[in-house]
Design a protein around this ligand. Structure first.
Ligand SMILES: [Zn+2]
Length: 502
């Protein structure tokens, strides 16, 4: 099946060039230049003050935490952080921007020249710059009127701009997913796309393969889902290829993506920097950083989460481990790729996994019983890990019962499902449900003898060299033992008895 963003065959003759700008909302409690709470879900226009409304005579003050988070993101992306950066005013009119300008960073951004590696693509995308700025408010349109909510005015953002190094829809998708993961892992941004915490503006151009000169760019504003990004970029590429083939001139344009019609709606001819009349923000001094401040933040982005063989407990609050590093470590521990992605992308699973390893489960046991079995049960019930009724200690007991041969694998699965239902102690519930395995040698022997007696034909064939008959006899034994014995032990018993009766 074709994806909704698949490109036509003739696109192979063209080179696609994509750069991405991302606005990520920084996870601070208060706004960028005032002390209003960041709470965009609050009743409209209740989280505002003269500063974020831009009333005359007020003085903005920078939020230290926002700056720290910006530095953390910049370092994680391998950027060099500038010891001096500056604030600038970017002027434009919008009903949701009561000041008539936005405070941002222009010629002197917080950080520059980073890189993000795309997992699975063996490719690095260069980051041009990362700067801090404030958000605008929100317009709420209905059929007859438009309302404005200023609660979002002044909410801190990091804008992260890539170089035009991206060459396909798939790479753009991978870049955004990895960037989002980095920001979330580091606690820089919640980056919840549906809540507008992570918005993307791609710029796209195409040129015939072999041509040196870059094509004319189309820019798409404020996309806030991965799907919208993929479909929007694919649409822009298709349109541009069509225009080139028809010999039309492409005009640099900014578009809005219409999700329903899957079309790009021209918004305006692209403005240039001159249109914004950038000038230095007169109310704020340059942002000066000391090298030790940057070093301190750098130290946080280190360390290792993967448990060592000694089972050291790991603290999650002190250090932040980058997804690429985690991926490498978990793969080295022998985990499968898809399991690694769960641990890297979902911290609550990673935490449980590490705790399980800390109480004695091997990496293989933990991946089987947590990431496959338990995750399967929860997925079936449409529940989250937070709703999982089995504490780490009890899952570890189940694994130990299995390891010690007190449970068979199918019985362990049944026990886990029952534990997830009832939230009970593994050993107790095993007794209660009579799931314990038959390890009693006497009973195994008795059962095997009985099966041999009842099946003289099969035994005869076995003695004539048709040794695969043992599978049938084993099945008979397991049925009599209600599947609760270790098949390996039963097979050994059968072979021993069969060799005696020869
Ligand atoms: Zn305010």
């Amino acid at each position: 099946m074709q994806n909704s963003w698949s490109l036509p065959m003739q696109s192979k003759n063209y080179e696609i060039i994509i750069g991405l700008e991302v606005h990520a909302q920084l996870a601070t409690r208060s706004k960028m230049f005032c002390r209003c709470a960041v709470d965009v879900d609050a009743k409209p226009n209740t989280k505002v003050c003269p500063i974020c409304l831009g009333l005359p005579g007020v003085l903005p003050q920078t939020n230290d935490q926002a700056i720290k988070l910006g530095i953390r993101a910049a370092l994680a992306l391998g950027c060099s952080v500038n010891l001096e950066s500056r604030w600038a005013r970017k002027h434009y009119f919008s009903p949701d921007l009561p000041k008539g300008y936005q405070i941002t960073q222009y010629e002197h951004p917080l950080a520059e020249k980073g890189v993000l590696e795309l997992p699975g693509f063996d490719k690095k995308v260069r980051i041009r710059r990362l700067h801090l700025e404030e958000d605008a408010g929100k317009l709420i349109h209905s059929t007859r009127k438009t309302l404005v909510d200023f609660n979002r005015c002044g909410v801190p953002l990091a804008e992260i701009v890539s170089e035009p190094d991206i060459r396909s829809v798939e790479e753009a998708d991978a870049y955004l997913k990895e960037l989002r993961l980095v920001l979330r892992t580091l606690g820089v941004s919640e980056a919840e796309m549906e809540r507008g915490h992570f918005r993307c503006e791609p710029n796209i151009s195409v040129r015939p393969r072999g041509q040196k000169k870059l094509g004319v760019r189309s820019e798409i504003k404020n996309l806030n889902s991965f799907k919208a990004v993929r479909e929007g970029i694919a649409r822009a590429v298709k349109d541009q290829i069509e225009w080139l083939q028809q010999g039309k001139e492409i005009v640099q344009t900014t578009y809005l993506w219409d999700e329903k019609l899957r079309e790009l709606r021209p918004m305006r001819a692209k403005e240039t920097a001159a249109d914004y009349r950038y000038f230095p923000e007169p109310d704020l001094p340059p942002l000066i950083l000391e090298p030790f401040e940057i070093e301190e933040i750098k130290k946080q982005i280190m360390g290792t989460t993967v448990p060592s063989n000694q089972g050291t407990t790991v603290s999650f609050d002190v250090s932040f481990v980058l997804p690429a590093q985690k991926r490498k470590e978990w793969l080295e521990k022998g985990l499968k790729k898809q399991d690694v992605e769960v641990l890297v992308a979902e911290p609550e699973w990673e935490r449980y996994f590490i705790q399980l390893s800390n109480v004695g489960a091997s990496v293989k046991e933990a991946s089987t019983w947590l990431l496959n079995e338990a995750r399967g049960i929860l997925a079936e019930r449409k529940e989250t890990l937070a709703e999982f009724k089995v504490p780490v200690k009890e899952l570890a007991s189940l694994i130990k019962l299995l390891r010690d041969g007190k449970l068979t694998r199918p019985a362990a699965k049944e026990l886990l499902a029952a534990m997830a239902d009832k939230g009970r102690n593994a050993a107790e519930l095993m007794e209660e449900l009579d799931l314990g395995g038959v390890s009693d040698e006497g009973l195994l022997e008795k059962t095997a003898r009985k099966v041999i007696e009842e099946n003289p034909d099969a035994c005869g064939r076995y003695h004539k060299g048709k040794t695969n008959v043992i599978g049938f006899l084993l099945g008979q034994c397991m049925a009599k033992l209600r599947g609760k014995a270790d098949p390996k032990a039963v097979r050994e018993m059968l072979m021993k008895l069969l060799s005696e009766t020869r």
